[in-house]
Structure formats: structure tokens, C-alpha cells
Design a protein around this ligand. Structure first.
Ligand SMILES: C[S@@+](CC[C@H](N)C(=O)[O-])C[C@H]1O[C@@H](n2cnc3c(N)ncnc32)[C@H](O)[C@@H]1O
Length: 270
């Protein structure tokens, strides 16, 4: 594999995270011109660049991610955009620097990678301006096409990937954390993610790049691969790798919530 995992993630995320994320932004997040937006877990920054376009020259977008190489790719790919900057950092350290700073905290396909979600909700709440909004697109559990890939193709790394890297939690728990932090939930619903792969190689490369290279392609044997692909093989003998619309394979959750301004809060209490 010649490309870095970060460069591969950038390429592969175009047809998945970017399509899904842009739809989420247009449907629910709805940034306005002049907004200051934090893109938490920005990856290689494709959606940060889209947000920067939407908030315009008066607004600002800051992308944050702990993966040094993804931040490097993000900076290089989007260096001409004046109202966009990228910082290396994680949810657990970044927020302490800012309070009442953002109109929107956006987090696409990244929240299920983060532990200590109650603390993150608390930090997002204090980092937002009054009236500010969060938009989070997350998985409540690993879809079988991912979980089974780790278990069957990479049993040597499965424990690390499933239990140390991913931190999926149920919709009920996410809602509880969100409300406990003081947010008012605007919308919280299931959505079908565009998980579709053109080839087996493309699917395997996705597992490699999305796990930052921890999923090890060299551990895949022909026997392991046959077992993994068996549920997807159709009558023509070829695996169908289009998971769109299959609930257990493609469901993501979209949450938007607001930090009510004090006067609006008083009105709701009246
Ligand atoms: C699947 S990628 C999504 C990237 C981007 N938001 C997108 O939609 O393409 C998940 C990202 O979350 C980042 N991430 C993982 N743990 C994190 C943490 N604790 N704080 C912030 N970002 C984190 C990863 O480095 C990774 O780039």
C-alpha cells in the first residue's frame, strides 16, 4: 500500500462521509454567514472546507483532529481557504481553551471514536455562544460489515479496534448526556448512510484507512476473506457491497441540539 492511511481516508471519504455530512449540514445544521464553527474530529477536512464556504468570509471554521497525518493532509489540501484553519488536538484537551467561542460545534462520523462523552457534551456546552448549536452524526454500534471485518479478518487486532478505538453508545445514553449538559434537543433521528463499495479491494482499503492503518491488510488470508464475504454473496456468486438501506449495516444517528440563550430559557420556564 503506497498511500498513507490519511491520504486513503481522504479519497475514500468523498463518497461516504462527505455525501452524508453535506446532507446533514444542509438539512439540520444550517450554518449562517458569519458563523464561527468548530469541526470536531475533522479528519482530512473535506467538510470543514464545505462549512467554510457556507459561513463565508465573515465567518470562520476551525478543524480539530488528533491524527497528525490527517491534519497535515487537511492543511495541504485546503491551504488557499482564508477562513479555515486546522489544529491537532482531541476532544478531551481542545475545549478547555475556549468558552462562549462558537456558534456551531459540528462532529461528523467522529463522536463514536471518542470516550468520556458526558465530559465532551459539557465542554461543547461551555464552548458555545448562547443560542449556539451542536450537530453530531454518529454510530450507536458498529455495522456488521465493519465489526465482522475486524473479528474475522483481523482477530489479532480486533480487541484493540473494537474496544479501545471505537466508543459507540446507544441513542438513549447519548440523549441523556446531551440533556444533562443543559442542551435542548432539536432533532435526533436515524438516517441511512451511503455505505457502498465498488470492489472488495475498496472495502478492505476502507477498513485500513478508517482505522488509521491499524486494520492490517497483511493478516487477511483467502480463507478468512471467504468467510467474511459469505453473507454478501448473491446468486451470481459475486458479493454485493451496497449496504444502503439495510438497517443494521447503514444506520447512523443525527443529533442537533441548542444551548438556549438565557432569555429564551426563561420564557420556556414561564
Ligand atoms: C471517520 S473520521 C471522520 C472525519 C471527518 N469528520 C469526516 O466526516 O470525514 C473520524 C475522525 O475522528 C477523529 N477522532 C478520533 N478520536 C478523537 C477525539 N478524541 N477527539 C477528536 N477527534 C477524534 C479521528 O482522528 C478521525 O479523523
Amino acid at each position: 500500500m503506497q498511500r498513507s492511511a490519511a491520504a486513503s481516508y481522504k479519497q475514500n471519504s468523498f463518497s461516504k462521509q462527505k455525501v452524508d455530512g453535506e446532507d446533514f449540514i444542509q438539512t439540520d445544521v444550517c450554518p449562517k454567514a458569519g458563523d464561527v464553527v468548530l469541526d470536531l474530529g475533522c479528519g482530512t477536512g473535506e467538510l470543514s472546507a464545505y462549512l467554510a464556504e457556507l459561513v463565508g468570509a465573515e465567518g470562520k471554521v476551525i478543524g480539530v483532529d488528533p491524527d497528525k497525518e490527517r491534519i497535515r493532509v487537511a492543511r495541504e489540501s485546503h491551504r488557499g481557504i482564508k477562513n479555515l484553519s486546522f489544529t491537532e488536538g482531541s476532544a478531551s484537551s481542545f475545549f478547555r481553551m475556549d468558552s462562549n467561542a462558537y456558534d456551531i460545534v459540528f462532529c461528523n462520523a467522529a463522536f463514536h471514536w471518542m470516550p468520556e462523552k458526558q465530559q465532551i457534551f459539557n465542554d461543547m456546552f461551555s464552548s458555545l455562544k448562547a443560542g449556539g448549536k451542536i450537530g453530531i452524526n454518529y454510530l450507536d454500534s458498529l455495522p456488521p460489515f465493519e465489526f465482522n471485518a475486524y473479528m474475522l479478518l483481523n482477530p489479532e487486532n480486533a480487541e484493540r479496534i473494537c474496544n479501545e478505538m471505537y466508543h459507540c453508545e446507544s441513542k438513549t445514553k447519548i440523549e441523556h448526556y446531551c440533556l444533562s449538559s443543559g442542551f435542548q434537543i432539536v432533532k435526533h433521528y436515524e438516517f441511512c448512510a451511503p455505505f457502498v463499495f465498488e470492489s472488495i479491494e475498496g472495502l478492505l482499503e476502507w477498513h485500513w484507512s478508517t482505522t488509521h492503518g491499524v486494520f492490517d491488510l497483511s493478516l487477511i488470508t483467502e480463507e478468512r476473506l471467504q468467510k467474511y464475504l459469505a453473507p454478501y454473496v448473491g446468486e451470481n456468486g459475486e458479493p454485493c457491497l451496497d449496504f444502503r438501506g439495510i438497517k443494521e449495516e447503514s444506520t447512523v444517528y443525527r443529533l442537533t441540539a441548542v444551548k438556549q440563550a438565557a432569555n429564551a430559557l426563561l420564557k420556556t420556564l414561564e
